[in-house]
Write a protein that binds this ligand. Structure first.
Ligand SMILES: Cc1cc2nc3c(=O)[nH]c(=O)nc-3n(C[C@H](O)[C@H](O)[C@H](O)COP(=O)(O)OP(=O)(O)OC[C@H]3O[C@@H](n4cnc5c(N)ncnc54)[C@H](O)[C@@H]3O)c2cc1C
Length: 395
C-alpha cells in the first residue's frame, strides 16, 4: 500500500483524490486548512445575489464516496523531503510515499495604503457575506447609497463581476424603493487592456459587451490609495464606499517558507518538470505550478488527471505519460445570456456560448463531486438568495 498525501483540498487536490479512488493499493490523505471547499467560479455569482451554498461545499460530503481517503483539517506548514514527511501547524507529522502540493493562491494588496482595511474581496464565503451585507446596508440607508461601485482588476473574475454587479445593485435599489438613483460600475485595470490572459480579439469582444452593459472601463490606471469614501487612482479620485479588489494574486506563502526545496519563476509560481514534479516523489499542481494557463480551475483539474495517471504508471512500473500538455479553453460569462470562448486562436462569443459555460459548470462540479452530487449542486446555481428582510419581502 502506498500513501499519497495531498496538501490542499481545492480543485486540484479533490479531483486528484477522486481520480485515485479506484486504486486499491493507494491510500490518500488530504490536508486542508478548512472543512469547506470553495467553488470559486460560483463565488462572484453569490456576490450578485445567487445561492452561496453552490460555492461553499463540505469536503467531507464531497469525499464520502472515496474509500481509502482521509481528510485532515489542519494547516500545512513544512515539508521534509529527506524524511518524507509533511508537518502541520498543530504539530502533526504525516509521512508520505508521494506528496502532492496544491495549496492555491492568496490575495495580495501590493502595500497599497488603505486597501486591506477598506476594500471588499470575493475570494471566500465570508468575504461574499461581508460584501452583500455592505451593499444592502448602504442602499437601505438611502441618503448614503453609493453611486460609484469600483472593481479593481480586469482579469476574468473582475470582468465577470462587472458584468453582473450593475444589474444586482439596481435590483436592490428597486426593492428598497429608491427612485432616480444613479448606479455607475467602474472596472479599473493597471495594464493597457482588459483580460491580459486572453487574446486581443477576445478581450475586445468583452470590452464591447461591458460598454454595452454601461460599465466604465479605465485601463492603464493604477490605484494608489483607498480611504473609507474614496479611491485614488492615476486617472483621478473616485468617490465611493465600495471597492472590490480582484487584482492581486500571489502564490501560497508555503513556498517562500520552504524555499530550499522549490525554484520559483518571476511570478512566484513553482517551476516543475514535465511530470509536474519538483523531485521524484513530490508533485506541485494547480495554481502553484508554473505551467501555461495556471490560475484556472480547468488547468488545476487537468493537472490532477495527469498526476493520477503518472502516479499509477510510476507505481505499477508501467510507461509514464510523456509530458504534461495544457489545454487552454477559456469561457468567460459577462452579464446574463452572454459569454466569450477562446481556444488557442479561435474566439467566439454570444448567447449560445453562455449555454456552453453553464454546461462547463456541470463538468466542473462533476470533476470534484462525481456526476450525481454535481447535479444536485449545479441545478441550484441559478437560484437567488437574500439575507436582507426588505429584499425578501418584496421578491
Ligand atoms: C473569485 C474567483 C473566480 C474564479 N473563477 C474561475 C472560473 O470561472 N474559471 C476558472 O477556470 N477558474 C476560475 N478561478 C480560478 C480557480 O478557482 C483556481 O485556478 C483554482 O481554484 C485553483 O485550484 P487549486 O487546487 O490550485 O487551488 P484552490 O482551489 O484554491 O485550493 C487550495 C486549497 O488549499 C487550502 N490551503 C491553502 N493554504 C493551505 C495550507 N497552508 N494548509 C492547508 N490547506 C491550505 C485552501 O483552503 C484551499 O482549499 C477563479 C478564482 C477566483 C478567486
Amino acid at each position: 500500500m502506498k500513501h499519497v498525501v495531498i496538501a490542499g483540498g481545492g480543485f486540484a487536490g479533490v479531483s486528484l483524490a477522486r481520480q485515485l479512488k479506484s486504486q486499491k493499493d493507494i491510500t490518500v490523505t488530504i490536508i486542508n486548512k478548512s472543512s469547506d471547499f470553495r467553488y470559486y467560479p460560483a463565488l462572484y455569482r453569490a456576490a450578485t445575489g445567487l445561492k452561496l451554498g453552490t460555492a461553499r461545499l463540505p469536503l467531507e460530503w464531497m469525499l464520502i464516496d472515496t474509500p481509502r481517503t482521509k481528510l485532515v483539517i489542519d494547516t500545512v506548514a513544512k515539508i521534509d523531503p529527506a524524511h518524507k514527511t509533511i508537518n502541520t501547524l498543530s504539530g502533526q507529522k504525516i509521512s508520505y510515499d508521494y506528496a502532492v502540493i496544491a495549496l492555491g493562491s492568496v490575495t495580495t494588496y501590493f502595500n497599497i495604503q488603505g486597501l486591506p482595511e477598506n476594500s471588499y474581496g470575493i475570494k471566500s464565503p465570508d468575504e461574499i457575506i461581508k460584501l452583500r451585507t455592505h451593499l444592502h446596508d448602504k442602499i437601505s440607508q438611502k441618503s448614503d447609497a453609493d453611486e460609484n461601485y469600483v472593481i479593481v482588476g480586469a482579469g476574468p473574475t473582475g470582468a465577470e463581476l462587472a458584468g453582473g454587479l450593475g444589474v444586482y445593485v439596481k435590483l436592490i435599489t428597486k426593492k428598497h424603493k429608491i427612485k432616480k438613483h444613479r448606479v455607475k460600475i467602474w472596472l479599473v485595470e493597471a495594464g493597457p487592456r482588459i483580460l491580459p490572459q486572453l487574446s486581443e480579439e477576445a478581450a475586445r469582444a468583452v470590452h464591447k459587451r461591458l460598454n454595452k452593459l454601461g460599465v466604465n472601463i479605465l485601463v492603464s490606471t493604477t490605484v494608489s490609495k483607498e480611504t473609507v469614501h474614496t479611491l485614488s487612482t492615476s486617472s483621478g479620485i473616485i468617490k465611493t464606499n465600495t471597492v472590490i479588489w480582484t487584482a492581486g494574486t500571489a502564490n501560497n506563502p508555503f513556498f517562500e517558507q520552504n524555499s530550499q526545496y522549490f525554484n520559483l519563476n518571476p511570478k512566484g509560481r513553482v517551476i516543475v518538470n514535465k511530470h509536474l514534479q519538483v523531485q521524484d516523489n513530490i508533485y506541485v499542481i494547480g495554481d502553484n505550478a508554473a505551467t501555461p494557463n495556471s490560475g484556472l480551475a480547468i488547468t488545476a483539474v487537468r493537472h490532477a488527471k495527469f498526476v493520477a495517471d503518472d502516479l499509477v504508471a510510476h507505481l505499477k512500473k508501467k510507461k509514464r505519460p510523456k509530458k504534461y500538455e495544457s489545454s487552454g479553453v477559456q469561457v468567460i460569462p459577462v452579464g446574463k445570456g452572454w459569454a466569450v470562448l477562446q481556444f488557442k486562436n479561435f474566439v467566439i462569443s454570444g448567447r449560445l456560448i453562455s449555454l456552453v459555460r453553464i454546461a462547463a459548470d456541470y463538468i466542473g462540479y462533476s470533476d470534484v463531486l462525481g456526476k450525481l452530487k454535481a447535479f444536485t449542486v449545479w441545478s441550484n446555481t441559478e437560484k437567488s438568495e437574500e439575507d436582507c428582510d426588505t429584499c425578501n419581502k418584496s421578491s
